[in-house]
Design a protein around this ligand. Sequence first.
Ligand code: ADP
Ligand code: MG
Length: 535
Amino acid sequence: MADKNNQPIFVLSEDMVRDSGKKAQKNNIAAAKIVAETVRTTLGPKGMDKMLVDSMGDVTVTNDGVTILEEMQIEHPAAKMIVEVAKTQEDEIGDGTTTAVVFAGELLKQAEGLLEKRIHPTVIAKGYRQAAEKAQAVLGSIAEKISIKDEDIIRKIAITAMTGKGAEASKQVLSGIVVNAIVSVYDRKFERSDIRIEKKVGSSVEDSELISGIVIDKEKVHSGMPDLVEEARIALLDVPLEVRNTEIDAKISITDPSQMQDFIDMEEKMLRKMVDKVIKSKANVIVCQKGIDDLAQHYLAKEGIYAVRRVKASDMKALAKATGGKILNNLNDLSETDLGKAGTVENVVIGDEEMTHIKNCKDPKTVTILVRGGTEHVIAEIKRALEDAIGDVTAALKEGKVVAGAGSTESELAKEIRGYAASLSGREQLAVNAFAEALDVIPNTLAENAGLDPINVLAEMKAAHDKDKKWAGINVFTGKVMDAWENGVIEPLKIKTQAISSATEVAVMILRIDDVIAAGKPETPQMPPGMDGMM
Ligand code: ADP
Ligand code: MG
């Protein structure tokens, strides 16, 4: 007979799943390690690519950490937290996503060893935080200064970002384009979004070009319009040049045929009036976010005015920035002072596609890199590499500080942190040392991915750092130790500071979890009673 007082107590609903203590910890660490392991082989110039196939069968071939993780549709909650590290890195800089994830995974792997030695997670967390703080201080002191005048270094940053990516073969041409793009938009307020990237399949990567203005993926609306407008005065309109408002249903009752004619005449008059307003403003180009009526197109063509319609809101904003024009949502406001200016507006035909180039803007605050290349897959990967390069150059110039790559910075940090650990006592020393070990994962992986023996190279590198060669890194092509700075492997300081802070944060957060309480998956909704069998 069951004792009344010994009945099991259900605190959670039945379909909740709960993991606690060591089991929860082990499980979370294992999941995080798997994520890091997945992207690990892509790190560095000799990293491999991944082929991702989505549920629709679309293929992406990439080397880019965040792209891989986003496409993987990861479900494990701790693994998702690691993916967030990559996303933060992507949002903040645009590059260094693999580095951040691999480092976070290694911090947890090292922590696992400490947990087995019965060191409490809070001690590990504290040690990791102290080590990260020390790392930031060391980074600040070893970084070198740069400015917009150091074009040579800026170019090296762009090349480092693209090494080992699809863009590698054309890195000379592409890095030149990136440098020119940055120089032309650079001022104190510039953002990486001021350099836009447009893709067009066809021709070769070398034919990619920098356009000092904007490329809009729309053609002129009427064949009678000119293909080229010089000294363009551009009206940016967020109003339709149409009479009918298709969003509102209106009913017009017509009782005799003459009324129909009146109605058409009136519509024509209204459209004519709209076009007259444009003419009066002296605009010779219209970029319209909404529609343009056929008849209005005809009137505009007759006046030699170039027009595009249904342009994306983001393109409109970029155009306003590039041409100095103002986006108007009322035609009555249109005046000459609101018009944007560009050297040329051209209807460009590439292959069997047409688009509009708005070029040679005076002092553009936005420019466009038009990427060309053999196939959609090639161009997409080049675009990702260019985004990394632009992100890196922007981060470097904004902060004005850079460090050398090829594992040199991580090695130098590891050395300094080992020294710092020696000054500590007790169990935190072990955690700080573990942090230093975790930093070695970057040079280690670079060597491994290049098919080198990491043990030899790392020992040689450590010896060089002990002799105060702070930029001693791995030459992945020869397997020797090199001065990464002299060899032009240069990265923004921000890549490293961000990777260390977000990887440490997530590792500490995962370590401190000792209980995972998960709700069961919602079942497919039940049919309301009486409805079953109807479908
Ligand atoms: P992430 O997503 O972290 O940017 P990458 O695949 O771009 O990953 O690899 C970046 C790493 O490759 C950095 O540690 C960087 O220093 C290193 N690296 C880049 N170019 C070279 C080079 N020429 N020689 C050695 N290491 C390099
Ligand atoms: Mg990179």
